[in-house]
Design a protein around this ligand. Sequence first.
Ligand code: CBF
Length: 800
Amino acid sequence: MTNEKEPTLTREGFRDDILHHLKYTVGKDRHHASVYDWRLALSYALRDRIVEPWFASTKATWDNDYKRVYYLSMEYLIGRILEDAAINLGLKGLAAAALLDLGQDFDVIALDEPDAALGNGGLGRLAACYMESMATLGCPGYGYGVRYEHGLFRQRFEMGQQAETPEDWLSQRHPWEFERPESNYTVRFKGHMEERHGKTVWVPGETVIATAYDTPIVGWEGRWSNTLRLWGAKPTTLFDLERFNRGDYAAAAAPETLARTITRVLYPDDTTYAGKELRLKQEYFLTSASIKDILRRYLESHDDITELDKHIAIQMNDTHPALAGPELIRLLVDRHDLPFEQALEISQNVLGYTNHTLLPEALERWSTWLMGSVLPRHMQIIEKIDAAHLKANPARPASIGIVRNHEVHMGELAFVMANRVNGVSALHTELVKSQLFPALDKLHPGRVINVTNGVTPRRWLKLANPGLADLVTETIGEGWEADLDRLEELVPHIEDNGFREAFMAVKRANKAEAAHWMKVKCGIEVDPDAMFDVQVKRIHEYKRQLMNVFETIAQWHEIKKNPEGDFVPRVKIFGGKSAPGYAVAKEIIHLINDVAEVVNNDPDMRGRLKVIYPPNYNVTMAERLIPAADLSEQISTAGKEASGTGNMKLSLNGALSIGTLDGANVEIRERVGAENFFLFGMTAQEVIERRKNVNHAREAIEASQALKDVLQLIAEGRFSPNQRDRYHGLVHRAWNSDYFLVTSDFTDYQRAQAEVDAAFLDPDRWARMAALNTAKMGFFSSDRSIRGYMENIWGARSAL
Ligand code: CBF
């Protein structure tokens, strides 16, 4: 189904659309309109253009009874929408021209949009890329999520330390969504179970209403559009009038407080009991409203609920929505009177589960007590699922039960309830089979499959790097945006001097722009001809920002020892947030900032080394920094990064990677060629072996004078002169525990960094390698990933 191009849409016509919305939707006179008003008017004018394909797509799905895919995710790291929508509609040029006629600048207006950060990192950004790719491929689908009032916190640095303040994206009008007060569901919590006339009845203790907000997601060239449906919470009773009249205002507002609390923030700190309960409620809130909505839609055009699995597929994005299984069974049994066994089978046939992590702390477990008190009916059903699984698999070892040690294991629940479980890179999938779920994999051979992650080239090349996108189009013609494998056609051009020069000129321009931005944002001047060495991602021990800082210190020390020496100038750029309760990661942030302070103020470092750490890394900042990167730091402890997607975005934009054999690095290296990837470090297997040596850290440090010096300098307080013992704990851990093997990989990392320097000193070689990175990234389009899901998991067909 294609959306017919609108022959009538002209610059003048679009200008009138903007003015119409400015006047009648925003209610502003053009002579008094602010940038915000213009942004709203432009957004509404663009949104109008999405409505046609959106309606057409929805109608086509109903008319043809296409299989629908439902993507359940607690996170969507959407970023800004305006420019993305304009590009996909093919209207960016027209919009910019129309605005110009009105004395406005498209770029200024686009910059005014808040960055919708309804996610923490990779998993949420992946969900956003997948929504866009599903729309591009015409995969009839819905994304379901939570409309958090406050997204991921805003990060500031106070004396070098992370401070968090609430993010406030909804304090302004959000022009992309349609509120659907008529689409609402009551979600229940707590209470108790009763047997009535032979039926189990759940008498809830608390209720809230989930109400829908729909954002149309338009695919490339506006050919198809899907819906992202986010659930907001409303109280079931507005307030308790009797209590209010008695003057007990706080108690009168209790229902509203419960509702607001549920959708107030992304990931409330769950280190407390109250936090855990809230998190579980959030997960159930998403799941329950979504499953009810899915069944309602299904029953509008089908009579037989037992045929559900032929018409829909539901994907659980990690274990967070794993209550989808028990909730679906509950509705099929309690509301549609199916026997438990049949409900179980149908549910298993529709559900898929994507695992995104091997980290034990990220695999959710809930105490049976908490689950039983918040969701008493679900606790019963989970026990029945567990018992049914054991009955069907009597050889199942006790160690892999869903309910064990008084806890519900959501990974096992999701695995048992899904017909397909997928890892997100080839290596990760092998580790899911061999380390995470070995016994379940043995019981269900073939259930675990791989779908390597991908990123949308529309946002991560066309939007983020217009210079490179134009060069690609000039070189290989149009069409690569929806067929990224065509980047391979760049390969012969890499032999051409002119192409390489043009390629590096784009990079140089991006770096100059980023340098200007860093000057404004951080007050630090950097040289665009220095190597931009970039590590942007969440701050976590396994991602080993610490190793990068150690190497920075080693470099600083080298320059100090030999101030007249020749050094390849580098700008070390960090970006990322730590979870608010993660003390060790916060200490790493502090250290990076402390090192930056010393390095950037040291006259010996001029023109050689700078450390930049702009606060509040988000999608928008990524769009700015990634196109400017020369070097991409992908240095996690092997076996810990499930895939990574920043690694793909950076390579796509012509950065060379320095990395371990972890996650999707392995596949990136296979594609760009070993000679174009700076590999170092232990393999996942070697990591396991290395840990068996209890003295691994001590031995590694003793073997490296550079590392010994680094630790000594930190311990002496050279980077924390006002509090010399600030990092004693950190240094002590490096010597004595070092679970993530920073010290054991450090020497090899330094060796690889020296190779990076040598390559950078040969600009022609570097240009070839960089261009080859871009040319070889076709595989990492999220379109390829979504095709994999459609074929191997969802059984869904493209409607286009
Ligand atoms: O699969 C998407 C990403 O998910 C994570 O961010 C996650 O939150 N589990 C992983 O850490 C990434 O490796 C992965 O790319």
